[in-house]
Design a protein around this ligand. Structure first.
Ligand code: HEC
Length: 144
């Protein structure tokens, strides 16, 4: 009795397996170029549930803060007033001055940080989102 049950089970499962193979082989369609037009992990008609991009979110603020303390505060001070330990010696300008802030664009500020100018060292090694964050930090410390 037992061997018979076992054999029929094996037979049944192999039949199911064969049927499955048969069905899937008929399902294979010809590849179309449109198959690759869908973004990864996204079904047609589905709205992408993506995380907010770094551009919307802004760079990690703690990262920007660390970058400021490490690279800028020694000359420009905590708020950017140019009162860091090396500020007077380097003649670091007061970045909080609203007349200066009004005459420079974010892009120009970012450019000086990246390329440096005179005694202001270049920070081309800082990633772009951090540079953008530093510009934002300078803007946030504008004097009234
Ligand atoms: C070694 C001192 C020093 C350090 C460190 C330093 N700066 Fe400066 N920074 C200066 C000096 C000096 C100037 C004036 C350059 C000039 O125009 O002659 C300046 C100018 C600037 C300006 C442009 C002001 C203008 O007139 O357009 C910005 C913006 C600025 N620094 C931001 C930063 C940021 C952000 C950091 C850190 C990533 C940084 N600085 C680090 C000394 C420093």
């Amino acid at each position: 009795m037992r061997p018979f049950v076992l054999t029929s089970l094996l037979l049944a499962s192999s039949l199911v397996f064969a049927a499955g193979c048969d069905r899937s082989s008929r399902d294979v369609r010809e590849w179309k170029s449109t198959d690759h037009d869908q973004p990864l992990g996204q079904q047609p008609g589905q709205v992408a549930a993506r995380p907010r991009s770094s551009a919307e979110q802004g760079p990690d603020q703690s990262l920007v803060e660390i970058a400021w303390q490490r690279n800028c505060a020694s000359c420009h001070g905590q708020r950017g007033k140019g009162d860091g330990p090396q500020g007077p010696m380097m003649r670091a300008p007061d970045l909080t001055r609203s007349d200066w802030q009004a005459q420079v664009t974010d892009e120009q500020v970012a450019d000086v940080i990246r390329k440096g100018r005179n005694r202001m060292p270049a920070f081309s090694n800082l990633p772009d989102p951090v540079i953008v964050g530093l510009v934002g930090r300078i803007r946030a410390n504008r004097s009234p």
